[in-house]
Design a binder for this molecule. Structure first.
Ligand code: NAD
Ligand code: TYD
Length: 363
């Protein structure tokens, strides 16, 4: 295989039926156009309806499977000879990690370990130039850096790790394993740490879709604590662009922070959604939607503020976010208004049957 041929080789994506993964797979196929092998266990967070627009597209090869299943990964690597692995699969919700941390260790720590081991076994036997060109890109979070006060400088790639929730601790552990595979085995890995994503196809357990859906239904809008916690919001398609840039030109062994340059207090995010809905749903009996806001008991160990310094990715890869929060949140609210069937299937759990109906003979 020549170098040019290798660039046409597929990539293996894990967790590509989740929120960010499905946006990534779809945007990869439309921007890059080479095949994607999509390995996803289809937990409650995996939804093949997120990938409905790729139905029948031969460049999308979906495989239901677990990143802890070494046999499945070995088979996929041998059969498809991907030039890269982009690893999204994870348990991703902080509140769930507080109620039940075990799944987070099993998937985020053990799963990443098994994927790394399978990748190493495969990569170490590759001939050149495929061996040098191979990449393992690990998608992580800003939460590994802990919590900032209002006046602290933003996280950089050298900020010491200080995870505070079982979720962020499990992601931090996986980041350390990925780092070790570079230093010990010289496997060409890349790690990206990104801030809070939002956009189409986000499961309505996370703040933004939860608030949109509750407001549409006239249900209370739960704001934890005093509502003054700050997150840096990143539009999901900007994140997908950044990952493609890191994959293309990131330096093996390096980590890259990815953020949206959009720090917002939670209460301001909630109010922004309410005022967009007041405008777009001017006949709603629930107007003004902000009257549905309810302050509720705080999340235990709730990190106060996250903020990302994105100087490095901007300097090395010329990436910066294109979408402002004002534009991104409007587009996101509009997307949920336009996708009532997706919402209904998620709310009823019917999206899980969709798998059988639409993908039974595709594996
Ligand atoms: P998500 O919860 O929406 O999707 C996770 C996907 O992984 C699901 O499709 C699920 O079925 C799959 N999965 C879970 N366990 C698996 C396993 N054992 N084997 C195979 N597949 C499995 O998550 P997301 O929000 O799309 O996040 C994707 C990645 O980005 C995660 O690694 C997360 O830690 C990271 N991240 C997310 C955010 C965010 O704001 N959403 C921010 C920073 C980092
Ligand atoms: P979330 O979307 O769960 O992401 P993360 O915890 O990974 O940052 O929450 C974003 C912020 O919104 C976080 O500070 C917790 C807060 N939050 C609420 O105030 N109410 C809610 O119902 C949820 C789900 C989150």
């Amino acid at each position: 295989m020549t170098q040019t041929d290798n660039h046409n080789a597929p990539i293996l994506v894990t967790g590509g039926a989740g929120f960010i993964g499905s946006n990534f797979v779809t945007s990869w196929i439309s921007n890059v156009g080479t095949p994607v092998v999509n390995l996803d266990k289809l937990t409650y967070a995996g939804n093949l309806e997120n990938l409905a627009q790729l139905q029948g597209n031969p460049h999308h090869i979906f495989v239901q499977g677990d990143i802890n299943d070494r046999k499945v990964i070995d088979q996929l690597l041998a059969a498809h000879q991907p030039r890269a692995i982009v690893h999204f699969a994870a348990e991703s919700h902080v509140d769930r990690s507080i109620h039940g941390p075990e799944d987070f260790v099993v998937t985020n720590v053990n799963g990443t370990f098994h994927l790394l081991e399978a990748a190493r076994a495969h990569w170490s036997k590759l001939p050149e130039p495929q061996k040098t060109d191979f990449r393992f890109l690990h998608v992580s979070t800003d939460e590994v850096y802990g919590s900032l006060s209002a006046t602290d400088p933003a996280f950089t790639e050298t900020t010491p790790y200080a995870p505070n929730s079982p979720y962020s601790a499990s992601k931090a552990a996986s980041d350390h394993l990925v780092r070790a595979y570079f230093h010990t085995y010289h496997m060409p890995v890349l790690t990206t740490n990104c801030s809070n994503n939002y956009g189409p196809f986000q499961f309505p357990e996370k703040l933004i879709p939860l608030i949109i859906l509750n407001a549409l239904a006239g249900k209370p809008l739960p704001v934890y604590g005093d509502g003054l916690n700050v997150r840096d919001w990143l539009f999901v398609l900007d994140h997908c662009d950044a990952i493609r840039e890191v994959l293309k030109a990131g330096r093996p062994g390096e980590t890259y922070n990815i953020g949206g340059n959009s720090e917002m207090k939670n209460i301001d995010v909630v109010k922004a959604i309410c005022s967009i809905l007041d405008e777009l749903r001017s006949n709603s009996p629930h107007r003004p939607h902000a009257s549905l806001i309810q302050y509720v008991k705080d999340r235990p160990g709730h990190d106060r503020r996250y903020a990302m310094d994105i100087t490095k990715i901007n300097r090395e890869l010329s990436w910066s976010p294109k979408c402002s929060f004002t534009d991104g949140i409007r587009a996101t609210v509009q997307w949920y208004l336009d996708h009532s069937t997706w919402i209904a299937h998620v709310a009823s759990g019917e999206y899980r049957n969709w798998v059988e109906a639409n993908y039974a003979k595709r594996g």
